[in-house]
Ligand binder design. Structure first.
Ligand SMILES: Cc1cc2nc3c(=O)[nH]c(=O)nc-3n(C[C@H](O)[C@H](O)[C@H](O)COP(=O)(O)OP(=O)(O)OC[C@H]3O[C@@H](n4cnc5c(N)ncnc54)[C@H](O)[C@@H]3O)c2cc1C
Length: 448
């Protein structure tokens, strides 16, 4: 076993405490203390860690990238298996597929693009762990056309709650394979590696952006909603309501990132938006040279770690009047620490999902975030997140588990039948409740 820390010294600069908090994205850290932390660097380390938990009758928790907003990887009376040092990438160029270990981060795409001209289509933020990302479905680049990243998972290897290493695919342990594509933190085992179908990497990235004063909200939002469903299929769009960088002026921002083979194709793709954009942007740029590295840098700046975060989200009904529903929220944004994001998923949202645990989506993904520093502001920002969730509740068909705070309110992240099936799979593979889940299952299972 590589490195093991035991909970005997919790002072702020102890090795245990460093290991407990390593890579946790949110500075609002749970006061939960694993009994032991194992820093695994091989599959056999993971098996030994699970056996250790069994011997001492402890639960098992996992940290891949540490980017769950609520620090799910931390639980009391548990062995935390930290996978950061378990790094494997085994590319088969002829099959355009790769084995990738859970501890790799989303920025593995830079390596895949540079060395193989291929891409996994991982998270937008470079530090998001492959383990948590794929288990939750994976809202990847250009999801409105490329779909959910978990749809590209072909097989996986899992250390079960009883400590066995098993292969999972459509033909072997197919129930675990089904669960791994969407169960998120309710998956009953430790995924060591995934086999993923890769995408051909785009040769170039180009972006356009239009930043409007919030007074242009109605016009700008109606425009982007109208052009999205039939817009170029290599282009990702996002609308964000937040303050302009370095100021407290709330703005409505629309971003396009197009991924193509050459500049002229990108220009043609972005032109219809440029030609129809509403007048009155404070800042705008058209078909600007961009790249995945630059996009990661933008994400790190716009969504910084080591600050206090709350997050919530909703898939809004396809026919919801999103502009009207979010108007009040955007117009009354409390301050520069609050963000509303709209991420369109059409046309993929109109396709039938494969049979897997991930089972809810709609045309409109809306997320709300607060990013701030002082613990004294927790109540204020949590109240805003909660009040906004309440305003969206009658238009919401469900939520994405990747940005859900299961302790804050009742979340529906799976179809009823899928949640029921997941509960059966958990009972089969984790009968003693050895794996930690972010919310007591009795409470959720009552709904069945
Ligand atoms: C800044 C930021 C940007 C984000 N951007 C995106 C995005 O573009 N698309 C998207 O889909 N999501 C995004 N997310 C959400 C993110 O995917 C989820 O929070 C996910 O849980 C993070 O995975 P992780 O491995 O880093 O998390 P961790 O905190 O390490 O893990 C979270 C939980 O997942 C489970 N888990 C993780 N790894 C394993 C494993 N190997 N085996 C079994 N269970 C495991 C465990 O229950 C664990 O407690 C973003 C989050 C942040 C903070």
């Amino acid at each position: 076993m590589d490195i093991l820390w035991l909970r005997h010294d919790t002072s702020s600069n102890s090795s245990y405490e460093d290991a407990r908090l390593a890579r946790l994205f949110n500075a609002n850290r749970p006061d939960r203390h694993p009994t032991a932390i194992v820093c695994a660097s091989t599959q056999s380390d993971i098996i030994k860690a699970v056996q250790l938990a069994k011997i001492f009758n402890l639960q098992i928790n996992v940290r891949s990238g540490g980017h769950s907003y609520q620090g799910w990887s931390l639980s009391d009376n548990s062995v935390l298996i930290d996978l950061a040092n378990y790094r494997e990438l085994e590319v088969d160029v002829s099959q355009k597929e790769t084995w990738v270990s859970s501890g790799m981060r989303s920025d593995v795409d830079l390596e895949l693009m540079r060395d193989y001209g291929l891409m996994l289509g991982a998270g937008h933020h470079p530090g998001v762990g492959i383990g948590g990302f794929l288990l939750q479905g994976g809202l990847s680049w250009n999801s409105r056309n490329w779909g959910w990243a978990c749809e590209r998972v072909k097989a996986l290897e899992v250390v079960t709650a009883s400590g066995d290493l098993v292969n999972c695919s459509r033909v072997e342990n197919s129930d675990l394979f089904w669960a791994a594509r969407g169960a998120g933190p309710y998956f009953p085992g430790v995924v060591t590696r995934f086999l993923i179908q890769l995408l051909p990497a785009p040769k170039i990235f180009r972006s356009s952006g239009y930043i409007f004063p919030v007074s242009k909200y109605q016009e700008a939002f109606s425009w982007i909603i109208q052009i999205t469903p039939t817009f170029d299929s290599d282009t990702e769009m996002t609308a964000v309501c937040r303050s302009l960088d370095g100021t407290d002026e709330i703005c409505f921002m629309i971003f396009f990132v197009t991924m193509k083979g050459e500049h002229e194709e990108a220009r043609k793709a972005l032109l219809p938006a440029h030609e129809t954009r509403p007048k009155g942007a404070i800042q705008e740029w058209f078909c600007q040279e961009d790249g995945l590295g630059q996009e990661y840098a933008n994400q790190v700046k716009a969504y910084p770690g080591n600050r206090r975060w709350f997050a919530d989200n909703a898939f809004l009904k396809n026919d919801a009047d999103v502009t009207a529903i979010l108007k009040d929220v955007c117009m009354t944004l409390p301050d520069q620490n609050c963000i509303v994001l709209w991420y369109p998923l059409a046309p993929h949202s109109r396709r039938t999902l494969p049979d897997m645990a991930f089972s809810l989506q709609s045309d409109h993904y809306v997320a709300t975030y607060t990013i701030y520093d002082s613990e004294g502001d927790d109540d204020k920002y949590h109240s805003w997140i909660q009040a906004t969730a309440e305003k969206l509740s009658s238009f919401r068909i469900g939520s994405f588990s990747g940005e859900a705070d299961f302790k804050a309110r009742e979340f529906k992240c799976w179809g009823d039948a899928q949640w029921k099936k997941l509960a059966q799979i958990r009972k089969k593979w984790d009968p003693d409740g050895r794996i930690c889940y972010p919310f007591k299952l009795e409470a959720l299972d009552k709904e069945e």
